[in-house]
Ligand binder design. Structure first.
Ligand SMILES: Cc1cc2nc3c(=O)[nH]c(=O)nc-3n(C[C@H](O)[C@H](O)[C@H](O)COP(=O)(O)OP(=O)(O)OC[C@H]3O[C@@H](n4cnc5c(N)ncnc54)[C@H](O)[C@@H]3O)c2cc1C
Length: 385
């Protein structure tokens, strides 16, 4: 089949769906993206972009725009006194991988990914309610009652993916037992010297604060689900103040400057890694394929890697089915390893025993730099360089 005739339907216009649309369009595919939401605006949060994501964005031709909208992340890991347990050596990161890890507003990233797409690529307000794997074409059922089919259907529809259910079976995702709060506040009123920049591994959860472009600060924290009813009663802002402000004097100020309606709460889930993501004319990217806990800040980065790898694999094979096998071969092992690593770090970061935290902090401070860099290499996908 000539490349120009190939048609792909992508379900979902999040980071994974938009990046895949861009990658396939650049490779000559005719692409339609079906998004149930009426807007491409993402909720007001930050997103860390590691060098693996930046390399993917470069391949997509949008790295310069991303770097204009992003700022280097402050990612040192701190103990409850605000003292470093592990330094994120951004100079070393830059030396090793070319660029420091960045922080961007999600809406900035989605609009940068959507801008180069051809007009009428993304159809908003269109929900996919069913998926049928077929050969040589797969099809989707729409909420409008219609059906669409294509040489390739890509499920980029996130944690509760309809396409995933049709491809590899559904089943409930794994709850982490924690809920993440996220917010953005103006940086202007803050005493910058007192802010614990980076990620504090505190009593049973984490709290992170890092600059965002536009003179803003992005913060996040995790709470145990057992207390959710009481947190809801207090309101998220008060719950955050009650939980995190006692950890460090610089935190209260950040939370007080955040409007209540700018705080998002999401229970955190992942799924057990799945070795197969594809049928002969359909596959998955992003959270639909490998939802992970956010403790490595890699979910979106991995979705970007998927997009580039999928277009590459399809470009190297004349048959879609063979291209999808090559895509799985390139991606499943790496992405699934990051799912498992993120799961382990979630446990390590959220210890509620002071004794265990102390032992952990001491052990982590003793880790040789070479070991830490090796860990970083694994996440960035830099092994063997
Ligand atoms: C607290 C938290 C912090 C995080 N921090 C980071 C970070 O710093 N860095 C990072 O890289 N990652 C981070 N992540 C992970 C990241 O948010 C996700 O991995 C990423 O958003 C996945 O993108 P996606 O496009 O695969 O899925 P999603 O973002 O879930 O997008 C799916 C899209 O599909 C649409 N959709 C769903 N179902 C249908 C349907 N049936 N029909 C049509 N459309 C549909 C949805 O409306 C949505 O637009 C974090 C996650 C959380 C929860």
């Amino acid at each position: 089949m000539a490349e120009g005739e190939r048609k792909a339907l992508i379900v979902g216009a999040g980071i994974g769906g938009l990046a895949t649309a861009l990658a396939l369009q650049k490779a000559g595919w005719k692409v339609e993206v079906l998004e149930r939401s009426g807007t491409l605006e993402s909720p007001g949060t930050g997103l860390s972009l590691w060098p693996n994501a930046l390399a993917a964005l470069e391949r997509l031709g949008v790295l310069d725009n991303v770097l204009t909208a992003a700022v280097p992340v402050r990612g040192d890991v701190l103990d409850m006194a605000g003292e470093p347990i592990m330094l994120l050596e951004q100079l070393e990161v830059r030396r090793r991988y070319g660029l420091p890890i960045q922080m961007i507003h999600r809406s900035d990233l989605t609009s940068i990914l959507a801008r180069p797409l051809k007009v009428n690529t993304v159809h908003l307000g269109l929900e996919v309610t069913g998926f049928e794997l077929g050969f040589p074409r797969s099809s989707v059922q729409l909420n409008t009652g219609g059906r669409k089919n294509a040489d390739l259907v890509v499920g980029a529809d996130g944690l509760y993916s309809v396409v995933r259910t049709g491809l590899v079976g559904g089943g409930a995702p794994r709850s982490s037992g924690t809920t993440a709060l996220r917010g953005i506040c103006p940086a202007a009123g803050l005493d910058h010297g007192s802010v614990p920049w980076g990620e504090m591994w505190g009593d049973g959860g984490v709290f992170g604060a890092t600059p965002l472009s536009g003179d803003r600060v992005y913060w996040y924290g995790t709470l145990p689900n057992e207390e959710l009813a009481s947190y809801r009663e207090q309101g998220w802002k008060q719950a955050a103040i009650n939980t995190f402000a006692p950890w460090h004097p610089g935190i209260a100020n950040i939370l007080q400057q955040t409007p209540e309606d700018a705080i998002l709460a999401h229970e955190l889930f992942d799924r057990k890694p799945e070795p197969v993501w594809s049928g002969r004319s359909a596959t998955l990217v992003g959270d639909a394929a490998h939802p992970m806990l956010p403790f490595l800040g890699q979910g979106g980065c991995q979705a970007l890697e998927d997009a580039v790898a999928l277009a590459d694999a399809l470009g190297h094979h004349s048959s879609v089915a063979e291209g999808l096998l090559a895509y799985e071969h390139a991606r499943t092992q790496r992405a699934n390893r990051i799912v498992s690593q993120s799961h382990s770090i979630a446990r390590l970061a959220q210890l509620d025993s002071a004794k265990l935290r102390k032992a952990r902090d001491t052990a982590m401070r003793l880790l040789p730099k070479s070991f830490r860099l090796k860990q970083l290499d694994t996440v960035v996908g830099y092994e063997g360089h």
